[in-house]
Design a protein around this ligand. Sequence first.
Ligand code: COA
Length: 326
Amino acid sequence: MRRVGIASLGAYVPPKILTNKDLEKMVDTSDEWITTRTGIKERRIADESQASSDLAYEASKIALAEAGIEPSDLDMIIVCGVTFDYPFPATACILQDRLGANKAGAMDIEAGCTGFIYALSVAYSYVACGFYDNVLVVGSDVLSKVTDWQDRSSCILFGDAAGAAVVTPYKGQGELLNFYLRSDGSRTDDLLIPAGGSRNPASHKTVEERLHYMKLNGPEVFRLAVRVIEDAVTAILNKAQLKKEDIAILIPHQANIRIIQTAARNLAIPQEKFFVNVDRYGNTSAASIPLAFYEALKEGRIKKGDYIILVGFGAGLTWGAFLIRW
Ligand code: COA
């Protein structure tokens, strides 16, 4: 097995900002309620013409430039998310064409908001085995397009973004050390889009019943999220035989500040070690972890040699963690 590293990261958020004050004009809510219950102050919203591959393209360009890699050097492109351009073909293929990555394979991975951890584990495995040298992993989601803007309990939570990473043989930075993945399919109904797939194909009835929008059992997902963050962080530490104190920074999926605070408290890890940007972007699904990772790096929160834990959870239920040494 070869050692594997993250050569670079990139991220993109659409320019349009939707604040809590804006939401007050759309549904029966308040800035105070949203801030105290979620920690979110604003989120980014893609314009009508922007699909997942458009956001992914912008984030990818940055990651490729920072890695000094040409699109034609890529062996594989993996896009993860829940709001792909089309049911098929893969958004990764659209991105491959847009980038001009003429020697790359391309596929999508769907693991809810945990997508980036799952996709990174696949990229890691390809490179570790020596099959590929340059793998582009992109988490991209345009949740605003599947958000029910009449449902105040969910529409306040989400935003649009993309984050990308270039995974290569280890060159002295961002070594991918270990990962942990889990799922619990009995929790499907807690977070899903009920229609538009083969279970409930699109029809006038499904559209009238608003079944193409995301449905969320908020309190239940909250409870599960806290539990699985604890599970994943504990498991990855045990696997690597590290102590909590060894970890410099945790980059959690950004869903709700109270989920992060509760998990930090239960794990007895200082909250300051958890990177947070949910206040500015809300929950951006599969983009959330790479976007936070990118910002943590740009803000100087990550130093050479630091142990980093990425930890995520999402629809499925899926959850997982990645241990990295920068
Ligand atoms: N503005 C004002 N009031 C609202 C509201 C809003 N936007 N949304 C819900 N409420 C009301 C509810 O109707 C309820 O009123 P009631 O007590 O009169 O019935 C009250 O606020 C409490 O609702 P509840 O759903 O119990 O609130 P909560 O503290 O659990 O917070 C979430 C709701 C959605 C913010 C929280 O459960 C959460 O973040 N869950 C996780 C969601 C998530 O992260 N999903 C994605 C995972 S990848």
